[in-house]
Design a protein around this ligand. Structure first.
Ligand SMILES: Cc1cc2nc3c(=O)[nH]c(=O)nc-3n(C[C@H](O)[C@H](O)[C@H](O)COP(=O)(O)OP(=O)(O)OC[C@H]3O[C@@H](n4cnc5c(N)ncnc54)[C@H](O)[C@@H]3O)c2cc1C
Length: 322
């Protein structure tokens, strides 16, 4: 498979190139090049976004907020000391991604836009996302698939940083044809991921992520990351949990590995955690309530138990610090 490689140095030039048919954005290429190699994507040109102004920069503002260029590497998120001091849950989530090689090549934008690891999707099976009408995992092998339904597809999104960004109430900056820009919450970025046959993100044709904004109000406080994997390292999350108690006492908790995108627990659960001391019995009840909507498939019921355990630990930690 051959394709043209472009490395524009201005956003306008990148957007112009991406407006051409059969163009795809590329960051570190750790996912896209595999898709191309396996015949799952066949772009005529790939547009490298890493040379755009500010794309690789972490900007710490005096008010406590942070701007992350979309081409910031996962390794930078994990290793930047001042970013870690403000947003440890994001640094820990980034540090838990794959391998050192992947973290050194992979970018934040590419991590958010990577496709699910579902074996049916990647195996070219005629599933919902591959042009079919049903999810092959539903009646097939689904041990790693989702327990929260949201549409036809049962694949989970593999991004760990996305789960931390949801707990931090981050926003994503998007730019598209003609230079039009939009600002989306993480929930809006992943809205309808299980029902969208083409992609998991709500990006329109020709749009790219240009940056992620972390709000000052979410800096500091108590932040917690947990990732449960089948093996100790180099693995995707079976279940991940990102939780944050802000300095003002408010709480936000998100789970990964359970749905088509980062899944935020009910507001009432977060409010109960924020309200203070809860004994073990109350925590068990809260963890059960948080997963009330879970609809596991026959082979992944274990994820409900796992998610409840992760939630109990996260809630204990936030309450202890409150
Ligand atoms: C063995 C292995 C283990 C892994 N483990 C984990 C893990 O534990 N946790 C985890 O989170 N991830 C994991 N990953 C995924 C890895 O982190 C991603 O491959 C990587 O983050 C993708 O980044 P990239 O810059 O290389 O993306 P690319 O491969 O360059 O692009 C991926 C997709 O994003 C699109 N894209 C790239 N940049 C942008 C942008 N700015 N705006 C819009 N679209 C864009 C591309 O068009 C493409 O569709 C693993 C991958 C492998 C191979």
């Amino acid at each position: 498979m051959s394709f043209a490689y472009l490395r524009p140095e201005s956003l306008d030039a990148a957007l112009e190139a991406l407006a051409e048919p059969h163009s795809m954005a590329i960051g570190g290429g750790t996912d896209l090049l595999v898709w191309i190699e396996e015949g799952l994507a066949s772009p005529r040109r790939v547009v490298d976004l890493r040379a755009l102004p500010g794309a690789g920069e972490i900007t710490l503002r005096a008010d406590g907020s942070v701007r992350l260029g979309a081409a910031v590497r996962i390794a930078d998120l994990a290793e930047h000391a001042e970013l870690r001091a403000r947003f440890p849950v994001l640094a820990d989530a980034a540090a838990s991604v794959g391998t050192p090689a992947l973290r050194n090549m992979g970018t934040l934008g590419g991590n958010l836009a990577q496709r699910p690891r579902c074996w049916y999707l990647r195996g070219g099976v005629s599933c919902f996302k591959n042009g079919g009408t049903e999810c092959a995992a539903f009646g097939g092998e689904h041990v790693y698939h989702g327990i929260i339904a949201g549409g036809t597809c049962h694949a989970v999104h593999p991004s760990d940083p996305a789960v931390a960004l949801e707990a931090l109430d981050a926003h994503v900056e998007v730019a598209g044809p003609g230079g039009a820009t939009r600002r989306l919450t993480i929930a809006a970025l992943f809205a309808g991921a299980a029902a969208n046959p083409r992609a998991e993100l709500t990006l329109k044709a020709g749009e790219v992520i240009t940056a992620v904004e972390l709000p000052a109000a979410a800096a500091g406080g108590t932040q917690h990351w947990e990732k449960m994997m089948q093996r100790g390292a180099w693995d995707f999350a079976l279940v991940a949990c990102a939780a944050a108690r802000r300095a003002d006492g408010t709480v936000r908790i998100a789970l990964g590995g359970v749905a088509a995108g980062p899944w935020r627990v009910a507001l009432s659960v977060e409010e109960d955690v924020a309200s203070g001391a809860l004994d073990d019995e109350s925590l068990d009840a809260l963890a059960e309530r948080a997963l009330y909507d879970a609809e596991p498939l026959g082979g992944n019921r274990y994820k409900v138990t796992m998610a409840q355990a992760a939630l109990r630990r996260a809630m204990r930690r936030l309450i202890a610090a409150g």
